[in-house]
Write a protein of this length. Structure first.
Length: 174
């Protein structure tokens, strides 16, 4: 049996569980853990394939964040001692601290590239909850078109005496 994943990123789901319940459900806390052989992957093949020094630096920075190897911010008063400094090139400019600003930054000129699959594949906005995803999706859709349309569907048709069918009050020819 093979268990895979990054335990820093993938947490178990514990219905109505708190932090303590989630930590105790982690695989390393299981009685099985002592019987497992751990193999570490050392080369990120996805990053190597890009051949981009910038991407390799970013990946190393993300790993350092996950491993807790970055120094915390200590010089600013009122800042949580566990906070770290995010490089300026990875932050939104102050004037773009809004959902529309985020969309403008991640998807510049998105109205021109809406049909370009590669443009869309190379960009994404991650959100912690489905409600946040809905909010982002709705904001992007609203910015694409002035007028939106809702198309309804039906699982079944109601036959009429004349041989046609009615769906939600709309007469459909057979």
């Amino acid at each position: 049996m093979v268990f895979g994943g990054d335990f820093q990123q993938i947490l178990p789901i514990v219905p109505k569980g708190g932090r303590k319940d989630i930590i105790s459900a982690l695989l390393p806390r299981s009685h099985l853990w002592q019987h497992l052989v751990i193999l570490h992957l050392h080369i990120n093949m996805r990053v190597m394939a890009t051949n981009s020094e910038e991407q390799q630096k970013f990946t190393k920075w993300v790993l350092n964040v996950g491993d807790g190897n970055l120094p915390p911010i200590t010089e600013e008063e009122g800042v949580d001692p566990d906070w770290i400094k995010i490089p300026s090139h990875s932050r939104l400019p102050a004037e773009d601290y809004s959902l529309k600003g985020l969309i403008r930054t991640i998807y510049p000129h998105h109205r021109c590239h809406f049909g370009d699959a590669m443009y869309l594949i190379q960009r994404n906005i991650l959100a912690p909850k489905n409600t946040n995803v809905d909010e982002v999706n709705n904001a992007i859709l609203e910015s694409l078109y002035e007028e939106s349309h809702t198309y309804l569907s039906a699982n079944s048709l109601t036959p009429t005496k004349e041989g046609a069918s009615v769906v939600a009050g709309i007469l459909m020819d057979s």
